[in-house]
Design a protein around this ligand. Structure first.
Ligand code: AP5
Length: 295
């Protein structure tokens, strides 16, 4: 993976070029992409529900959700990206706990399809087992459907692990979903395998653990932890290969709104950097709205 310079939370990778038409926020503009169309494949409601369970459970646990007066009037629209096991899911749990965004993880949506044994799930599993990207005709509409639900529009969204190719990014723009901020978690590859092999999931709370870095709090939790079917050393190497082949094409489309965060730091420190960037964004959105109202 290319080595990116570390930027603090208020610094973008490059100077903004395009004004954001939705709220005229000078510092967080959108990239411009061409349009594209995809065939519709309906997802079973059960699959979507299962995929969002982990995020809802996180939100319910929250004791830190921002008071409504602290929220911008226009909801946040955030993307988070990074290599396998760079900490996307972990940071999403912390972000949604504080900012009450709708967490939409492409990997979770796909695993839910696999779990219910749908046609899409069966096809997706073939690719996931090989560490390859699941074809766009499955993923694109699945993510678009979830983004289109009323809670995403109302609360704002946190898109995790999507887009992973320029065609996915183009489709998102064509559907009218314009992110405010693209968070890139940067973690050296030698750390990633260790993180994947030690990862465990709590099927009851949806929490992500690591046997060494984030062990379960009680023996009861430890006894019920599960492991993902693609969390083996062999498979994570394939996932990394796929990530490395695609990451540059995606980053180049969002460089105006990208912040890079050192994801090798302890998760609380990583979150503090992201938190600071999100606070800045909220203030800028508020100021943009006030400026618009004043004129
Ligand atoms: P997906 O589920 O998205 O997997 P991934 O990208 O490989 O990422 P992970 O979920 O493995 O890791 P993460 O970054 O969320 O890390 P986590 O927080 O859990 O995708 C799976 C598959 O689905 C893909 O391979 C592909 O086939 C398909 N797919 C998904 N999206 C697709 C798309 N858009 N298009 C096509 N196909 C798609 O952390 C990992 C571990 O590290 C945990 O144990 C955690 O406790 C620990 N940890 C986290 N942060 C820290 C820290 N700061 N310090 C120490 N330990 C930490």
């Amino acid at each position: 993976m290319a080595s990116w310079p570390y930027l603090n939370s208020s610094t973008m990778l490059s100077k903004p070029k395009h004004p954001n038409p939705s709220f005229c926020l000078h510092d967080f503009p959108n990239p411009q992409h061409s349009s594209s169309s995809f065939s519709f494949t309906a997802s079973p409601i059960a699959a979507v529900n299962a995929a969002t369970r982990r995020c809802r459970q996180t939100n319910r646990r929250s004791s830190l959700i921002l008071a409504s007066t602290d929220k911008p009037r226009e909801p946040l629209k955030i993307m988070i990206s990074g290599a396998p096991a760079s900490g996307k899911g972990t940071q999403c749990q912390l972000i949604t706990s504080k900012y009450d965004l709708v967490h939409i993880a492409a990997g979770d949506l796909l695993r839910a399809e696999v779990e219910v044994g749908s046609a899409n799930g069966k096809k997706a599993k073939e690719y996931m087992e090989k560490g390859q990207l699941v074809p766009d005709e499955i993923v694109v509409m699945m993510v678009k459907d979830r983004l289109s639900q009323p809670d995403s529009a109302e609360k704002g969204w946190l898109l995790d692990g999507y887009p992973r190719s320029s065609s996915q990014a183009t489709a998102l723009e064509a559907f009218g979903f314009h992110p405010d901020l693209f968070i890139l978690l940067d973690v050296p590859q030698e750390i990633l395998v260790d993180r994947v092999v030690g990862r465990r999931l709590d099927p009851v709370t949806g929490r992500i653990y690591h046997l060494t870095y984030s062990p379960p709090e009680t023996e009861e939790i430890a006894a019920r932890l599960t492991q993902r079917f693609d969390d083996t050393e062999e498979r994570v190497k394939l996932r990394l290969q796929t990530h490395n082949q695609n990451v540059e094409s995606v980053l180049s489309m969002f460089e105006d709104i990208t912040i890079k965060v050192d994801g090798s730091l302890p998760k609380e420190i990583v979150f503090a950097k992201i938190d600071s960037a999100l606070s800045d964004l909220i203030h800028q959105k508020k100021n943009a709205i006030l400026g618009t109202t004043a004129t």
